[in-house]
Ligand binder design. Sequence first.
Ligand SMILES: Cc1cc2nc3c(=O)[nH]c(=O)nc-3n(C[C@H](O)[C@H](O)[C@H](O)COP(=O)(O)O)c2cc1C
Length: 731
Amino acid sequence: MTISVWRYSHLVLAISSFLLIALASITGIILAFEPVSLKTLPYKVDNFNQITLAETLPVLKNNFEEITDLTVDHNQFVIVKGINTAGNDVTVYVDPRNGKTLGVPEKQNEFFQWVTSFHRSLFLNELGRFFIGLTAFLLLLITVSGIALIIQRQRGIKRFFTKIIRENFFQYYHVTLGRILLIPILIITISGTYLSLVRFKIIPEHKVSSKVDFDSIKSDPEKKLADFTIFKNTTLGEVNNIEFPFSEDVEDYYTLKLKDRELTVNQITGDILTEALYPTTVLLTELSLDLHTGRTNIIWAIVLAIASCNILFFIYSGFAITLKRRSGVTKNKYKKEDCNYIILVGSENGSTFHFAKSVYQQLIKVGQKCFIAELNNYSVYPKAEYLIVFTATYGLGDAPTNASKFMELLKKHPQPNKVDFSVVGFGSKSYPDFCKYAYEANNVLSLQEWAASLIEIHTVNDRSPEEFGQWAELWSQKTEIPLAISPKLFAGKAKRLHKLVVTEKTIITHEEGSFLIHLKPKRTLRFTSGDLLAIYPANDHRERLYSIGKVNKNLQLSVKLHKNGLGSNYLYDLQPGQIIKAAVDVNAHFHFPKKASTVIMIANGTGIAPFLGMVDGNHKKINTHLYCGFRDSSSFELYKDATHKNLEKKKLSSLNLSYSREGNKQYVSDLVLRDKELIAKAMQQDGVIMICGSLAMQKDIIEILEVIFKETNNQEVSYYQSHNRILMDCY
Ligand SMILES: Cc1cc2nc3c(=O)[nH]c(=O)nc-3n(C[C@H](O)[C@H](O)[C@H](O)COP(=O)(O)O)c2cc1C
């Protein structure tokens, strides 16, 4: 599959380093518990940060024979090294307020020692340290590419923290947790990388040196420790370590290693002999150690442990996502040059491939030569008769990555023969631009001279098996190729049949041969104009669908009689009083809009049927303009009374008719072009366009609307389609 640069980098980096990252994470989780366990020891005293050196040092000196060194560790425990009053060398935890010994520091727990050593170098010394440093850096790159992917997915940096739509478990949590733990993981990786760079001296760490000028050193005025200004002004909280003078000579001095600088202090006068601020690199090393190990803060240590656990989850979920994507890739049985059926797929995460594959397998099973490929691999298919495009929509109504070049290629490579195409859009109504890319692909395909629309574009919301099954059924009917799509995957429920009584039927009087039939439900039946009536003329699996107009609470169908038409002959032969069994298919995408200031209805021939019902039901008198194309005025006779009555009642604002075989021989598209300003204005507000009739008419109308909207609204038709503002029901 074609994938974006960010995704590719994310994946390659993850594959190349997942083992080391997993090892570093597992050991990292364990090591996070070390600071947690140490922090629970009882050696920290109250008000630690307020105790000054002037207060504590004299007390400590009184409690020890000699002190060589005082350290304040990361847990703010004070450790004194020296000789106690019994004359023994000791290293002990002390209470800095009274100098009492609190305990003896233990050597690092052997297990933690072992894990630390593994975490730092994999027991491979310098080589291991190098690999660990590299792992930290790779994880940093993975995190950065992950951030880019989240920005891409969320459609911009500003929407980074907006709601994530749940696609599936692994994807949802990979992104959601990624977003939450982004900062700790970035900190772990940056600090880890920095420490490795320092370790390998790529970043030099300048140590400070304290050169005392012994010639100018003074031995008076002598002061008590408690009166040294520097000791009065320095609290234990600022101290890392204090080296005590070796002897009582004036040349021996205190060395104070504070958090940000190093000082030497005259042990007699308390004068500062030298003072050097640590360079930034040293401060950064300390900060990196604090952040990477969590040694200074128990909450941070716990956050690090959680982040490390999540790195393991990211590895697992990342691979699960990738495997799902890869499982869509299919090997073709036949060469593309030999195939009559071409299936092209636009998919980002693989699910569309599964639907496409099920059709591919069916076609192969029934002996058809079928070829399946990604949309970006579109090329010339010399023997193609049928083209099926299955595509998802991503980003801001954009193409999936593996379909990004399709439009370009489509224009570049015309097919040599006529090809019947069908587009199935996979999307989610949780996104504002529902199936927008599929609409775009369908619109552009219908403009190709070699392409003929076999059935209208079909959309599938949230991978609905039922909606996909509906497409499969329609496509099967048109091509007469049975698609026994796996019932498990696309289980469709048997439709509930209702009894309907024929109340009225017109007689065919003119050439075009259309008639109206009125049906009254025997029992309460919920339906509305735009829904479809499914009838079974031969009482078998063969289903025929008709668009319903709801007129006076009854169903009104407008049917064109075809010479050998199964459904139209069946309906025409019915007599008033006869009862038929039929089902209502709710066709929610083609209902009269609930919120629209203007509705533009465009139809040709019997496509007027649902509009007759919608206009009749327009009790709120919403601005509604009807554009209809017929062969001649006699073809319109059938609908004349009803439409004129509704014009008078103001349920219809205008009626615009074109006759292709009479007068100045116009098509409905000519009327649309004539009234382009009205239409554009309606769409600039919250108008809705509804199109019903033949696919050829639909193609012309879309072409014209594309031009109108480009000129006036700077919008594309697919934008309105994906926002439910252009509704179509053509056949
Ligand atoms: C980041 C992201 C953006 C999406 N954007 C849209 C969109 O704009 N319009 C839409 O109808 N569906 C959108 N979807 C839904 C997908 O098109 C839909 O789930 C589809 O079935 C996924 O197919 P795939 O698994 O083959 O990629 C989006 C999904 C994701 C994850």
